[in-house]
Design a protein around this ligand. Structure first.
Ligand SMILES: NC(=O)c1ccc[n+]([C@@H]2O[C@H](COP(=O)([O-])OP(=O)(O)OC[C@H]3O[C@@H](n4cnc5c(N)ncnc54)[C@H](O)[C@@H]3O)[C@@H](O)[C@H]2O)c1
Ligand SMILES: [Zn+2]
Length: 339
């Protein structure tokens, strides 16, 4: 099997791209591994889990809690999992975030790997080593940064992915293109959701290109002191909206990217906000939206990316070139009022 190995500051991850779950037993010891998945993934793909030890979680972001981690730990004890056990998260970002976290704390840390099954987790959530859980309304408040030992792709899982989850994944793909890859942005402009869904080879290339783009950003700045912040394009406002309104993550960051592009025009002289919003709309994502600016600004002030009175806002200099701009909260409030 051809694998790519990417080194991080104190570990490395093997990438088995375009493989299949049938190869998993060549990577880990089947008898001493435990797959963690959720009911949707298991229900649609039961036969692929034959002969594996499996822990099946209830699906959904509401499950990304300490209580779920506790129940995983209890099941691992019952299965007599030890320091040599490997946990394998097979699922979307919720499953991979929890698996990485449970593996980081069980017996002070055991090995883990991922088989991402949503477009979003293939291109984003499975990469970069951020693992964790939510605490009440605070998303990802508790967690670790620890890289998986391996990432294995099997696109057959996408056959059962609901359309809304495809759209969520494309929001992160458009984010990557906007901040780092003008050529990919142009490819997305000439293609469409339907075309990608119908052409597996092209889709596979797009997924790998995005996975590697994120990996390289993380490699250069694993602990988010600089360039990794660019991955938050659309997320500052997006997270605030996601908390206040009934929006999926993809929809929320799409609106976030829309306004970040407009702010880029206002303060950096960026000229292509229209191209960004047109591309988002093409992939069935929302752009301009009515929202209570005061209320959203109050939530935004609590963003993890805030440092005292300043916030690091990700803007676009041009398509394919994201920049980190430090804006005072006072200035940002004024910008919001004028939007
Ligand atoms: N660690 C990171 O760097 C990082 C980055 C981005 C997002 N995340 C996290 O990822 C989560 C979002 O990830 P997500 O969008 O994959 O969410 P998810 O795991 O909730 O999956 C979305 C839905 O799709 C279902 N599903 C998954 N795979 C399926 C398949 N193949 N067929 C049918 N249904 C399937 C799930 O059961 C769920 O209902 C959030 O918790 C977010 O915080 C983490
Ligand atoms: Zn995101």
């Amino acid at each position: 099997m051809k694998k790519l190995t990417y080194k991080f500051s104190n570990s490395s991850t093997d990438y088995y791209l375009a493989y299949g779950i049938s190869h998993l037993k060549e990577i880990v010891d089947q008898t001493n591994s435990v797959i963690i998945t959720d009911e949707h993934v298991y229900g649609n793909h039961e036969k692929r889990f034959k002969n594996w030890n499996v822990i099946i979680l209830k699906p959904g972001e509401e499950q990304k809690t300490q209580a779920t981690v506790d129940s995983i730990v209890e099941q691992l004890i019952a299965m007599e999992a030890d320091r040599k056990t490997t946990l394998v998260g097979v699922g979307g970002g919720v499953v991979t975030d929890i698996t990485g976290y449970a593996a980081s704390v069980y017996m002070r840390g055991i090995k883990f790997g991922f088989l991402p099954t949503t477009l979003l987790s293939l291109v984003d959530a499975s990469i970069g080593g951020k693992n964790g859980i939510d605490v009440g309304v605070y998303k990802n408040l508790v967690g670790t940064i620890r890289q998986p030992s391996f990432i294995l792709h099997d696109l057959v899982f996408l056959n059962s992915l609901p359309q809304s989850e495809w759209i969520n994944g494309f929001a992160e793909i458009i984010k990557h293109a906007s901040i780092k890859d003008a050529a990919m942005f142009r490819e997305l402009e000439t293609s469409s959701l339907k075309k990608y869904q119908g052409r597996k080879v092209v889709l596979c290339k797009l997924i790998q290109r995005n996975a590697i783009l994120k990996t390289k950003i993380v490699q250069q700045d694993e602990f988010e002191k600089g360039d990794r912040k660019l991955l938050n394009f659309g997320h500052t406002l997006g997270h605030a909206l996601e908390n206040q309104y009934e929006l999926s993550h993809g929809q929320a960051i799409s609106i976030g990217m829309t306004y970040a592009s407009i702010i880029s025009e206002k303060i950096l002289g960026f000229k292509e906000a229209k191209r960004v919003t047109n591309l988002l709309a093409k992939y069935e994502l929302p752009t301009f939206a009515e929202f209570d600016k005061g209320k959203v600004f109050n939530v935004l002030k609590m963003d993890k990316k805030r440092e005292r009175k300043d916030i690091h806002y990700i803007l676009l200099d041009k398509i394919g070139k994201g920049v980190i701009k430090t804006i005072s909260l006072q200035q940002l409030e004024k910008i919001f009022e004028d939007l």
